[in-house]
Design a binder for this molecule. Structure first.
Ligand code: FBP
Length: 253
């Protein structure tokens, strides 16, 4: 079965709007009166012409008709965890590929914390998901974050390239990694991912010019684009920012 990667990319490039932080961080950490509402985020994704929006299953179900009407492709996140549990990180599967298909997903996402003592369980779960998704032509996006007691620094050259390479090795179509600390390291990470596309997380909200410089570095490093959340939907003018991001990502160099 051919993997329908073009459903969530434009000529190999991508801008995704991530909105799973309500589960990952909790509403009080990231949201205000406006962006606590999934419909506010969906509107940004639609009017900001994002390639896809990332939701967990509950939002995809409860806002099903609006998501369908928006025609914004959906990346359904299949696992997750809260920030309340403080042990070795593990994000368990919360939704199946067949539920994702019923919810109209164009792709599925799954997080693996490499380095965690539970890494093997997440890898095994990922493998089943990846097989099932690929049977249906659904692309698989792997969030790969080095994390756990054995990881001293999670975003240095070694760690981001290891995360990117893991994405390639385990059969992800797109791997999502952290930015790291400089463009040269990111370039090595992208090289390490080979034919697996790389998208980079936005991280905590920073000032706009630093964030846009990161976006330029990301594209120059050869990545496919960004899967950003807080820097967009916490921005005062998210649509203007989306416009600037699209210019950086989709203007041929
Ligand atoms: P941001 O752009 O807001 O950082 O979102 C990217 C993301 O990968 C989200 O999909 C996820 O909820 C979050 O970061 C996880 O962040 P962390 O585990 O580092 O707290």
């Amino acid at each position: 079965m051919r993997i329908k990667i073009e459903a969530i990319t434009t000529k190999g490039k991508a801008l995704f709007l991530a909105y799973d932080q309500g589960l990952e961080h909790g509403p009080s950490s990231d949201f205000n009166d406006e962006n606590v509402d999934p419909l506010y985020i969906l509107d940004i994704a639609k009017r900001g012409k994002f390639n896809a929006i990332v939701f967990q299953k509950g939002i995809a179900e409860k806002y099903f008709s609006e998501i369908k009407r928006s025609r914004v492709p959906l990346i359904l996140k299949l696992n997750g965890k809260t920030s309340l549990y403080k042990g070795e990180p593990i994000a368990r599967q919360l939704c199946s590929v067949s539920e994702a298909l019923d919810l109209g997903a164009s792709a599925v996402g799954y997080t693996i914390y490499i380095g965690s003592e539970h890494e093997g369980e997440m890898m095994a779960e990922f493998e089943k998901i990846e097989q099932e998704a690929h049977k249906h032509g659904l692309p698989v996006v792997a969030w790969i974050y080095p994390r756990g007691a054995s990881i001293k620094e999670d975003a240095n050259r070694e760690m981001i390239s290891y995360a990117a390479r893991t994405g390639l090795e385990i059969g992800a179509d797109i791997v999502k990694i952290k930015y790291g600390s400089n463009a040269a390291d990111l370039k090595w990470a992208v090289q390490s991912a080979g034919r697996c596309k790389v998208v980079v997380a936005g991280g905590m909200k920073t000032n706009e010019s630093d964030f846009l410089q990161h976006a330029k570095d990301i594209i120059q490093a050869g990545a496919a684009g960004l899967a950003v959340g807080r820097n967009v939907w916490q921005a005062e003018k998210p649509l203007e920012l989306a416009d600037k991001l699209r210019k950086i990502i989709f203007t041929p160099s």
